[in-house]
Design a protein around this ligand. Sequence first.
Ligand SMILES: [Ca+2]
Ligand SMILES: [Ca+2]
Ligand SMILES: [Ca+2]
Length: 220
Amino acid sequence: MATGKIHWLPFRSRPAPERRGGFTLIELAFVLVILGILVSMGAGLIPLLVNQNKLNESRAIVKEAKTAIIGYALATGRLPWAAAGTDGTETVNRRRGYLPHETLGIPGTDSYNSPLFYSVDPYLAASSTIEELKGRLVELINESHAPGLFCDGTSIRAAFVVISPGKNREADAPNDDNNNGIVSQTGDDNQFAKPGDPQTSNYDDILDAVTLSYLLGRLE
Ligand SMILES: [Ca+2]
Ligand SMILES: [Ca+2]
Ligand SMILES: [Ca+2]
């Protein structure tokens, strides 16, 4: 080119843009968009996983409380009364309230750090020996003594229920009838939700129950 003349290269031999093994801007942009979509999908999953984890944790806590109460019945011949306060000490003649966790020697809060609730058939808390407790369970089962605690309307007759108020940190109907967010001695009745009722926008409590016949089986 020292002569300054223009030398036209034949069209065929014009050098093609070289590939150097990297990405073009278009390719990079495309990859970034896909990555962005994947990251946002992953980020969206995190709260769901945290929710599920908390739910499972509270379910396990409620189940452990249930096991501890059965152990208490085996050791003392009666079920504990409910606790009037969150200190978890049972209050004689109290059939609905907080879990008597101090009396049971177990933790009293769920994974949301709310106190657990508890309700008991009073006939079973007023017993004093295993034999008496078994006799009372038989009377409640054959209804020679009126059952005092139900789940799912009146279709399940329970010895006791343990309730975590769940994510909204308040007991929901039908576990709370007077709408004060707690399981109350007065103002709430003796009918509770069905164990394992699905979580909805209105109901997120985690309830577990021990039926009369199950407890009788465990005492025999
Ligand atoms: Ca709730
Ligand atoms: Ca109720
Ligand atoms: Ca209430």
